[in-house]
Design a protein around this ligand. Structure first.
Ligand SMILES: [Zn+2]
Length: 306
């Protein structure tokens, strides 16, 4: 499943390729891909003539900012991809939504397993302070209409690569939490964009066992984890993402980061730091990979350690 670096790569590719493009028509071929507005005919009608001003990202969604202020969100989920197809490219049977552009190209939302979702929203509310950890998305649940795009992300935590996301702020969000580090890193209300791959990589880099609880971390360990999370995400972006299963960039090419991963899906292979075999355990139904020597197992009586 694409995480922050993969979605960021798609957004940057699209910024280069479709910023300024005008949407002339939209084919919705799988109705459930369109989350908002309904029905799909309305979604298509509201996009006709719209100009894509710029492309960005929030959490694990691509954001297409339209010139009139509205924002289209694309959640890639398991197998979704946004592909720019030059005019004359053969049709793709897995294209669930096709945006026809005025210059003859198509922006295709390709999604084999059909879990991806696209929405079109009024602008605004994206830059308000992130929700408190564990907060519910009240606006969306009460189905206020029209939603603003900010409401879609109301229960998401801060962006880990934002300048404002300091170690102090991370520590404040972790304070008093009794959850396991692996589960907390996957909690999108604590931190947006981290998934299974980058959670395992960050914990290995920070030399923290995935079963450690947040409230057992010393200040030095919080700083280490904060640095590690940002480093593995930046490395993922630099390598255009990790193609573990279906992920491809907007050029249809896989990313290069899978070969750079230290622990994820390297069970039984030597730790790059100490040579010990990488182990795999399951935490909260998620495969978790770590080095049993570098990432020492927490003991019940153990307090914070430097
Ligand atoms: Zn090791």
């Amino acid at each position: 499943m694409p995480e922050l670096p993969e979605v960021e790569t798609v957004a940057r590719d699209l910024q280069r390729r479709v910023a300024g493009a005008v949407i002339t028509d939209v084919d919705v071929r799988w109705d459930r891909t369109v989350r908002h507005p309904e029905p799909p005919e309305r979604f298509a009608a509201e996009l006709r003539g719209a100009r894509i001003q710029r492309v960005g990202r929030r959490a694990k969604s691509v954001l297409l900012h339209l010139a009139d202020g509205r924002v289209m969100t694309v959640a890639l989920r398991m197998t979704g991809a946004l592909i720019v197809a030059p005019s004359g490219t053969p049709d793709d049977p897995y294209a669930r939504v096709v945006f026809h552009l005025a210059d003859g190209r198509q922006l295709r939302f390709r999604d084999v397993r059909k879990f991806g979702r696209i929405g079109l929203w009024e602008g605004g509310g994206l830059h308000r302070r992130a929700a408190a950890p564990g907060a519910a998305s009240r606006a969306v649940r009460e189905s206020r209409d029209p939603y603003r795009v900010g409401d879609v992300f109301a229960r998401h935590g801060p962006e880990p690569l934002a300048r404002s996301f300091t170690a102090g702020r991370f520590g404040a969000r972790l304070r008093g939490r009794t959850g396991r580090l692996k589960s907390l890193l996957l909690d999108q209300s604590l931190l947006a964009g981290v998934g299974n791959i980058y959670a395992d990589e960050a914990l290995w880099r920070a030399r923290l066992h995935p079963l450690r609880t947040a409230n057992s971390l010393s200040e030095a360990e919080v700083r280490r984890l904060h640095r590690a999370v940002r480093a593995v995400l930046r490395q993922g972006i630099a390598n255009r993402g990790s193609s573990i299963s279906d992920y491809v960039g907007a050029d249809g090419e896989p990313g290069d980061n899978a070969e750079q991963l230290a622990v994820y899906r390297r069970t039984g292979e030597p730790c790059l730091r100490c040579g010990r075999e990488i182990a795999r355990i399951v935490i909260g139904q998620r495969s978790t990979h770590f080095c049993p020597r570098c990432q020492r197992e927490p003991l019940l009586w153990e307090g914070p350690q430097a």
